[in-house]
Design a protein around this ligand. Structure first.
Ligand code: AMP
Length: 287
């Protein structure tokens, strides 16, 4: 596995691959790999001939009061895990290489970025869209793979790719969970044992919503009431948002017609966790 840490070197390598007709896949990450990242890498491996994983903790997507400084990092471990997963190139660079002095260009995906996580993290998706566009320009992948765990992010990037005529297919992959159902996340390392136990309320709330829908419930009011009750009953929780939205536009829906997405963001003391699930009128089983 190659490790590249300079955008010009990355572009040069990508150009070589393309000139040999090789199909290039990119998995963008902020590192501290877990099985959710691994699932994206394994999928990337199956669909492409060259797999690049980028590892960049992007300052532009963190607010001033957020966890940029304490975000978990372990490059040696990530190098080992990437190698094990069959990654061809780990592309890891520092903030100064991504945003050199004088940098001043940003991308904004307007309305999709405003609600939900965008409301509690102003500027977050501007940082995400900007860095993803830069990574796509540096790696020129045929396909870029993202997790549905960050569902709003996936929709923002899809919209950006369509609006800016990008020549990369954006693929979303399912959420990977711990055996007890907690969605895997690098931020789970922040949780104390008590918070870790309480964090299960997110998954329980999603399951309860799916069961309600499977048994015929359709209205936003009923579903959100059940979800809110489960989360509020867990110790140390504070709901940031619970939303039932159209799966593409992310606009709130009053009832499930066809498909909707249930999105959650919940604080566990100082740690904010997100999760989501598809709710469909044809739903008969569990998450
Ligand atoms: P991150 O390193 O947290 O920025 O995540 C990098 C990529 O991995 C993003 O596309 C995430 O959506 C995806 N990802 C993170 N956690 C999971 C998970 N539990 N299951 C599937 N994909 C995930």
């Amino acid at each position: 596995m190659d490790i590249i840490s300079d955008p010009d070197d990355m572009q040069g390598r990508a150009r070589q691959w393309r000139s040999h007709g090789l199909k290039v896949v990119l998995v963008p990450t902020m590192g501290f790999f877990h099985p959710g990242h691994r699932s994206l890498m394994e999928y990337g491996r199956t669909i492409g001939e060259r797999l690049v994983v980028s590892l960049f903790v992007n300052p532009a997507q963190f607010g001033p009061q957020e966890d940029l400084e304490r975000y978990p990092r372990d490059l040696d471990r990530d190098v080992r895990l990437a190698r094990d997963a069959g990654v061809d190139c780990l592309y890891t660079l520092g903030a100064g290489a991504m945003y050199p002095p004088g940098y001043q260009t940003y991308v904004e995906v307007e309305s999709l970025s405003q609600g939900l996580c965008g409301a509690s993290r102003p500027g977050h998706f501007k940082g995400v869209a900007t860095v993803v566009l830069k990574l796509l320009n540096q790696v020129s992948p045929h396909v870029a793979v993202f997790g549905e765990k960050d569902y709003q992010q996936l929709m923002v990037i899809r919209r950006m790719a369509a609006d800016l005529d990008l020549d990369t297919e954006i693929v979303g992959r399912p959420i990977v969970r711990e055996p007890d159902g907690l969605a895997m996340s690098s931020r789970n390392t922040y949780l104390s044992p008590e918070e870790r136990a309480a964090a299960l309320c997110l998954y329980r709330a999603l399951l309860a919503a799916r069961e309600l829908v499977a048994s015929g419930a359709r209205s936003r009011e009923n579903i959100l009431a059940a979800v809110g009750q489960i989360i509020n009953a867990a110790p140390g929780t504070r709901i940031d948002y619970v939303a039932l939205v159209d799966p593409t536009t992310l606009q709130e829906v009053e009832a499930i017609r066809g498909e909707a997405r249930l999105l959650l963001a919940v604080w566990l003391n100082q740690t904010r966790l997100i999760d989501n699930t598809l709710l469909s009128e044809s739903l008969l089983c569990c998450v």
